[in-house]
Write a protein that binds this ligand. Structure first.
Ligand SMILES: C[S@@+](CC[C@H](N)C(=O)[O-])C[C@H]1O[C@@H](n2cnc3c(N)ncnc32)[C@H](O)[C@@H]1O
Length: 334
């Protein structure tokens, strides 16, 4: 059983990302308890895999407990050999008061000292509805900020953040060794995260300067991916076939180049081309501006005989006053 402390930055995407990772690793995802920022899944995944998550702040292997009394009864065996402990509670009417009460009871039961600054063991106690969960181990995905666009040698103002790049890759059900393509790779944000996640990454961009920039950014982090110039509406020409996933952030025609294409034409051409170079069961994850002209183009393109994707889901995400994105998760049927 794993308890996820999820980010509050979107109401649905954090859980969708966790579900996608379970699916990628062939595990069922069953929620047995949840609250505003917590979700408990019945089955486990290795912490190395869960560290890929972009919208999870921390995760804990947990046990369900019948009562706090039972926890206090069992706690001496959990703390055996430790010289100090602390308690962290979440979901109670007053978490601080609960920490104080439980800390005192455990100290009385074990004789071990409370140390709030650097305890040898920390007891985590969560209340979700009427259920209580307890853990002795907290893990957090490593910070993504060292790869923020402004910290890379080649900067492009429209670069996707490492967080969204990772989110898109996870939503595409990728795992180590998956062959992924970003056909509008720009400065290489998605390729960098993909390479760090152990994926076989390929990138294309029409703009030679972007291709050089992406290669420079990748090598700055000691990473590599195959990046070249090419047209996202003509991927077959570049020899792409049987890709496991296509994960990308196409131009929104704000300050990004679309060359001779109107946005609807560019998106329709890209969807048709992406369909033909994905393997069956492969995923396409991308985002576009969330406005009716664009979303109706996407809707019409994926029912055409030429690119009959299965729509797994789509999410609206507010970016700022003049941009709301729609993130699409499409699958090529078997
Ligand atoms: C929004 S930017 C991608 C930003 C990228 N995700 C990043 O983090 O830097 C879109 C990119 O698509 C490229 N582009 C536009 N039309 C294209 C096409 N038909 N084929 C390939 N690349 C294209 C542009 O040159 C631009 O670099």
């Amino acid at each position: 059983m794993i308890l996820f402390h999820i980010s509050g930055e979107h109401p649905l995407l954090p859980v969708e990302e966790i579900k996608a990772i379970y699916e990628a690793y062939g595990k069922g995802f069953q929620i047995i308890a949840n609250s505003e920022h917590m979700v408990v899944s019945k089955s486990d995944l290795p912490s190395g895999v869960l560290s890929r998550l972009a919208l999870t702040r921390a995760f804990y292997p947990v046990n369900r407990i019948a009562s706090i009394k039972n926890l206090i009864k069992d706690i001496p065996s959990y703390l055996q050999g430790s010289s100090s402990f602390s308690v962290r509670c979440s979901g109670f009417e007053s978490d601080r008061e609960m920490e104080r009460l439980l800390g005192n009871s455990v100290k009385r039961a074990t004789g071990i000292d409370v140390d709030l600054k650097s305890p040898e063991k920390t007891i985590y106690l969560f209340k979700l509805g009427r259920q209580l969960f307890f853990s002795l181990r907290k893990s957090s995905p490593p910070p993504l900020s060292p790869r923020d666009p402004n910290k890379r040698p080649f900067f492009h103002p429209l670069s996707l953040s490492p967080k969204l790049s990772r989110l898109f890759l996870n939503l595409a059900r990728t795992r180590e060794g998956s062959r992924i393509l970003d056909p509008f790779c720009g400065s290489g944000s998605i390729l960098i995260e993909a390479a760090l996640m152990g994926l076989e990454a390929y990138g294309l961009d029409m703009d030679m300067e972007m291709v050089w920039g992406a290669i420079r950014n990748l090598s700055y982090y000691g990473l590599s991916a195959r990046v070249s110039t090419g047209d996202a509406t003509n991927l077959e020409e570049d020899g792409f076939c049987e890709m496991d996933a296509i994960v990308t952030d196409p131009p929104y025609a704000r300050s990004s180049k679309t060359y001779h294409w109107s946005l609807p034409k560019l998106y329709a051409g890209f969807l048709a081309s992406a369909y033909s170079c994905l393997r069956e069961g492969g995923y396409l994850v991308f985002a576009v501006p969330d406005n009716p002209d664009i979303t109706s183009t996407i809707g019409a393109s994926i029912v055409r005989p030429i690119s009959p994707f299965e729509m797994r889901s789509s999410f609206s995400q507010y970016v700022h006053r003049s941009l709301t994105r729609r993130i699409y998760i499409l699958r090529k049927p078997n």
